[in-house]
Design a protein around this ligand. Sequence first.
Ligand code: PAF
Length: 273
Amino acid sequence: MTIVATPQELKDYLKDINKSIGFVPTMGALHEGHISLIKKARQENEIVIVSIFLNPTQFLKGEDLEKYPKKDEADKQICKLSGVDILFFPHAKDIYSEDEVSLQAPNVRGYVLEGASRPSHFNGVLTVVMKLLNIVNPTNAYFGKKDAQQLHLISLMVKQMFMSVNVVGVDTLREKDGLAFSSRNIYLSKEERQEALKISASLYQAGRMIGKNILDTKQIVEKMREILEPLEISYVEVLNRDFELIRHVEISNTIILVEAKVGSTRLLDNIWL
Ligand code: PAF
């Protein structure tokens, strides 16, 4: 595995490589969920590139940028063992300059759900993803479906900016008891981890209701909120895959999303139906 630190070095390295490239952008603290993205990239491409860049612009003031888990050596090891060809590990000064051009998330879909409580978050995500895609110029780029709104907005950016990369959404990986893998899970105490299971339980319940042909989204959301009690809920929403609110579940075109606070940790999860 080759480790590359600057955008120019990576561009030079890739100049004469005429192979399909699968790209997995990350912020480090890699877990099973990331490994499943890397595996998929490995299956579908000749070259696999992973980036580790803790992007400061997607954190709002007072958020967990400083305490975000850093596991550089373990991350390198995971990449090596997962068959990554190139690890791109840039410093912030190589990605950002003083006076920046930046991207603005769409006015509606960028400022609901996650974007409502974190207003400039998706501007930072889209800006850094655009930069990384331009540096790597991959054939396919892999993102987890757990961050459904992020995946939706990145797909929208790629379409609206006429970019040629193929964006691939990868299913959420869960622990045996249902908790979705997330870098933030390490903040949870033993008791909080148990409480956090209410999130996947509420989604499973929604799945069961839909299985019984209960498609009224108001009824589904009410039941989910009951299960989530007493967690502090940021949102429980049922949307179609264009991220529009729907009143009835549309089979094969619905995402149910939850964000709730467990202790001081915000966790998101969803199911795609
Ligand atoms: O999902 C993440 O880890 C980040 O938002 C991403 C896509 C790597 C951009 O910093």
